[in-house]
Ligand binder design. Structure first.
Ligand code: GDP
Length: 512
């Protein structure tokens, strides 16, 4: 976050905007339309680079868009304490209405204290019903200005361009209320939007300058990396000499790739920059180690500072509304005067990156009920040492949380997933019905163990293996990387793209 610059000469700066919303509601299309209509018109050649952000000129002022739509980018920034966004646009498709990720986006933006503007998109489509969207959002406490609420609602079409100017006006109006200011001179500070290593160019970090002026030749500290700025490149691919507040630039010259959301700062000399960078590398190692130690639910509870010792934070995802409501009710009932259960977030669907980031920021445990983490989320959990637990029985989940709360260390029933296979093809056999041609992608599949069928990481069937074969032979087990044929007992709806997991329930002694 920006320091207090009262007393220092500050100038108005452009608002920084992030677009969020349910998948396919038009985030990318809106960004594309605005970029093509506004940037290409103003700048010869238009945008040639993808740098994760761009700024557009408008009669009444400049606007910077973070070109990383999706909640993951937003929460990744927040998880690192960066406040990169001034205004969030929530996109809702007028023909589809409010969906789970719409609600999730609203929750994230509200939790971050960032003002919202609602863009009702696809109003050009047949069946578009903007009023229905208004009604749905109003029941979620997002009430349109026209109805006496505090939120601007704008009807737009990313195809025809209808309403886009109104949307940009709404952003600038909101921005005026926020009185966004930053010093335009002096050493720059800002935040990393994304970074990568490119052949021939070295580390390329997209940086949003938030205050001061970033110059070629500056000594830059970015998270746990540093280096002298060799070149600055703007979103049109042009080399520039400097960049001011709310301006995104690519920076060449860092000694490694910092993470999205990390703070960036110009320092007076290399020695200072190296010192801080090395200190942070050390600290990052420590933090990761601590997280791994705390990754047992009960230890997490013990490790909480005394001020929060009385709270277990939970991020919960479930397969359907019904189980979500049941679990929320049961978890809330667990709270006592001494120990509280705090549901930081609860929703339906696979566990995604933004759930992991939220769990990270709020020191919560991640619980999945009949849902799994998608591959990005799984990787992030491993990287950051975040505890992730899967359940399929309500009372087992509740029991675990209860145990953690009371500090009782009874042996626990733990599910272990032994192996996962991806269904690549489905054959019909007269003997077994549907036979799934699979590739084992994790662990090992065993006979005589219970299995589940997952579709888009949600459990759709639980049962038994009827047959496990390699080529024509029945086999006991099939290892990672191998192909096999699987028939599932009394289940013939298996589809290409499904996953089949083999699991086992074990009694494990709890360790202190
Ligand atoms: P995202 O997943 O939110 O980024 O959504 P996309 O921008 O990829 O859009 C999803 C689909 O909706 C694409 O097929 C778009 O062409 C379409 N789409 C997006 N905006 C509009 C719109 O304003 N009108 C119509 N008719 N289709 C749209």
């Amino acid at each position: 976050t920006l320091a207090d610059y009262s007393g220092i000469d500050s100038e108005n700066r452009a608002p920084v905007v992030t677009i969020m919303g349910h998948v396919d509601h038009g985030k990318t299309s809106l960004l594309d339309y605005i970029r093509k209509a506004k940037v290409a018109a103003g700048e010869a050649g238009g945008i040639t680079q993808h740098i994760g952000a761009y700024h557009v000129p408008h009669e009444k002022g400049m606007i910077t868009f973070l070109d990383t739509p999706g909640h993951a980018a937003f929460t990744a920034m927040r998880a690192r304490g960066a406040k990169a966004t001034d205004i969030v646009i929530i996109v809702v498709a007028a023909d589809d209405g409010v969906m789970p990720q719409t609600e999730e986006a609203i929750n994230h933006a509200k939790a971050a204290g960032v003002p919202l503007i609602i863009a009702i998109n696809k109003v050009d489509k047949e069946g578009a019903d903007p009023d229905r969207v208004k009604n749905e959002l109003a029941t979620k406490d997002v009430i349109p200005e026209a109805w006496g609420g505090e939120y601007q609602f704008i009807n737009v079409s990313a195809h025809s361009g209808e309403g886009i100017d109104d949307l940009l006006d709404a952003i600038l109006l909101q921005s005026e209320l926020l009185e966004l200011k930053a010093p335009a001179t002096g050493p720059a500070s800002g935040v990393v939007i994304e970074s990568r290593v490119e052949k021939g160019r070295g580390t390329v970090a997209s940086i949003l300058v938030q205050s001061g002026e970033l110059n070629v030749g500056d000594m830059l500290l970015a998270g746990a990396h540093y280096g002298r700025v060799r070149a600055l490149v703007d979103e049109t691919g042009q080399q520039v000499k400097k960049a001011g507040p709310s301006i995104p630039v690519e920076v060449l010259g860092l000694d490694g790739a910092p993470e999205a959301g990390e703070q960036v700062q110009v320092l007076p000399d290399e020695k200072k920059a190296r010192e801080v960078a090395e200190f942070r590398q050390e600290r990052d190692r420590d933090v990761k180690l601590k997280r791994q130690q705390a990754s047992k639910l009960e230890n997490l509870f013990e490790n909480m500072g005394s001020a929060e010792a009385s709270q277990v934070n939970i991020v919960l995802k479930t397969d359907v509304r019904g189980s979500l409501e049941a679990l929320i009710g049961a978890l809330n009932d667990l709270s006592t005067d001494e120990v509280k259960v705090s549901l930081v977030s609860a929703g339906v669907g696979a566990i995604n990156e933004s759930d992991v980031n939220l769990a990270m920021t709020s020191e919560a445990v991640l619980l999945g009920f009949n849902v799994r983490a998608d591959s990005k989320a799984k990787r992030l959990c491993e990287q950051e040492g975040i505890d992730l637990r899967y359940y399929s029985v309500i009372y087992e989940l509740i029991d675990d949380v209860k145990q953690a709360m009371s500090g009782l260390l009874a042996p626990e029933k733990r599910e272990e997933i032994l192996g996962t296979a991806e269904v690549r093809d489905v054959f019909r056999s007269s003997k077994f019905g549907a036979v799934a041609g699979c590739m084992v992608v994790e662990g090992t599949l065993y006979r005589n163990r219970p299995i589940r069928v997952l579709r888009d990481d949600v459990v759709v069937f639980e049962g038994e293996l009827e047959s496990l074969r390699r080529f024509k032979d029945d086999v006991q087990e099939v290892r990672n990387g191998m192909e096999c044929g699987i028939a599932v007992k009394s289940y013939n709806d298996v589809k290409e793209g499904d996953k089949i997991e083999v699991f086992e329930v074990k009694e494990v002694a709890r360790s202190l």
